[in-house]
Design a protein around this ligand. Structure first.
Ligand code: HEM
Length: 427
């Protein structure tokens, strides 16, 4: 997904560069995520695909594209058949990954997201010790302070960009504080985070690859110094906890701590930014829902679950088949890439009645926006708290919030959300 150590995009799209066409086994179905309209609304194509060819072989992505809820759920739960470790891939992907690894400053070090058991079990054990729901809940007052001070910069009345003003800085500052990064280093942190998040793009130019590599090199160097300092002088922060935590009698190595810190940086920032941005877009399009939340703010957590289902920040998860298997009536070979489109699964009418309707009272909230199974999002409690704080404060401060122009949608094939969302706000 959003991991520098597993980059299906760069690897799988070489064949597609310049073609612009995504044909498949079922020749009548065209799936083309490269057209500009896909960014504005991927669900039109994904809905069509689910109806016509739910287990779709995409030549251009050199992957299987799954759009049914039950198939995506199965892939996330069956980690034996569907690996998160790209080293088991075959063909072009394997070759590209091996080249990438030899260039990576982290070498062969696996991150949590890109590993399978038993390695994943060990890493997750450490993380679960250091990153508990309780430790996250303890941060709530500090998160509220950060959000307050960001909102203090917004005008009482006027135009204001939600992304620039709140959705982007809030998660960056929270993660930086959680890790123990000093305030003076935050600006660099934000830039690295944005650059490394480009790894989820399915089409990467040489310039983009260069930008990503540059950011990775700088970040790794920064973290190495930082981690050495915390080893010698532990403090009350997540990096110290990661350095000290033990599981099965073993501690994380230096590169493993760096890999995890990098993962948090990318995983925790763009995604939470997108949740706040896309969530607000949904409320702007559904004023009755916004009014209901103003009248009863205790309904905000349920509304956030619906935001995650309706237009989630992470659109898909990536796995590699470890053995020949079937999904639906299609045969998948060992080493082939499978993309479980969580965004499409969350709009599967077989699971969610009337799925294109934004309904904050929806009874079934079993969306797949945070994944499922052993890789279920570590940061889900944190993201939920941040989003709840953001929406509560926004609605509380400004009795009028309206769109002030079009949102600009950014992100990549697998991560989606507004990069600019101008609002007209009035007290
Ligand atoms: C709304 C915000 C977020 C969304 C939608 C989201 C989504 C996801 C998804 C779908 C996965 C599963 C990936 C897979 O199965 O391949 C995942 C894993 C992960 N997420 Fe998040 N995430 C969010 C916020 C965060 C935050 C705030 C953090 C940390 C501060 C975080 C850290 C992680 C980590 C470390 C993993 C890997 C877990 C593992 O492999 O065991 N995420 N996330």
């Amino acid at each position: 997904m959003y991991d520098n150590t597993r980059r299906p995009g760069a690897a799988t799209c070489a064949a597609a560069r310049g073609t612009g066409y995504a044909g498949g086994v079922n020749a009548s179905v065209v799936f083309n995520p490269f057209v500009p309209s896909y960014r504005r609304n991927p669900y039109l194509q994904l809905d069509r695909l689910r109806a016509a060819d739910p287990v779709h072989r995409s030549d251009v992505l050199q992957s299987w594209i799954l759009t049914r809820y039950e198939d995506v759920l199965r892939v996330t739960r069956d980690h034996q058949t569907f690996s998160s470790d790209a080293r088991v891939a075959t063909g072009q992907l394997a070759a590209a990954l091996s080249e990438q690894r030899s260039n990576s400053p982290l070498g062969d070090t696996r991150s949590l997201l890109a590993s399978d058991p038993p390695e994943h079990t060990f890493l997750r054990g450490i993380v679960n010790r250091a990153f508990t729901p309780r430790s996250v809940e303890q941060l709530r007052p500090r998160m509220e302070q950060i959000a307050e001070s960001l909102l203090d910069e917004a005008p009482d009345d006027g135009e204001w960009d939600l992304v620039e003003g709140l959705a982007q800085p809030l998660p960056v500052i929270v993660i930086a504080e959680l890790l123990g990064i000093p305030p003076e280093d935050r600006a660099r942190f934000k830039t690295w985070s944005a650059h490394i998040a480009l790894t989820t793009d399915i089409m990467q130019s040489e310039d983009t690859l260069e930008t990503i590599r540059g950011a990775m090199d700088e970040l790794v160097e920064y973290f190495e110094g930082f981690i050495a300092d915390r080893r010698a002088h532990p403090r009350e922060d997540l990096i110290s906890a990661l350095v000290l935590a033990e599981n099965e009698g073993r501690r994380l190595t230096g590169p493993e701590v760096v890999a995890f810190a990098t993962l948090l940086l990318v995983a925790g920032n763009e995604t939470t930014t997108n949740l706040i941005g896309s969530g607000m877009r949904a409320l702007l399009a559904h004023p009755e829902a916004m009014a209901a939340l103003r009248a009863a703010p205790e309904r905000i957590p349920a509304a956030i679950e619906e935001m995650l289902r309706y237009d989630g920040p992470v659109q898909g998860i990536v796995r590699i088949a470890t053995a020949r298997t079937t999904i639906g009536d299609r045969q998948i070979e060992a080493g082939e890439v499978v993309m479980g489109m969580t965004g499409a699964a969350n709009r599967d009418p077989a699971q969610f009645p009337d799925p294109a309707t934004f309904d904050i009272d929806r009874a079934d909230t079993r969306h797949l926006a945070f994944g499922q199974g052993i890789h279920y999002c570590v940061g889900a409690p944190l993201a939920r708290i941040e989003a709840a704080i953001a929406f509560r404060m926004l609605l509380d401060r400004w009795p009028t919030i309206e769109a002030a122009g079009d949102a600009e949608i950014g992100g990549t094939f697998l991560i989606r959300g507004p990069v600019r969302l101008p609002l007209a706000i009035r007290r």
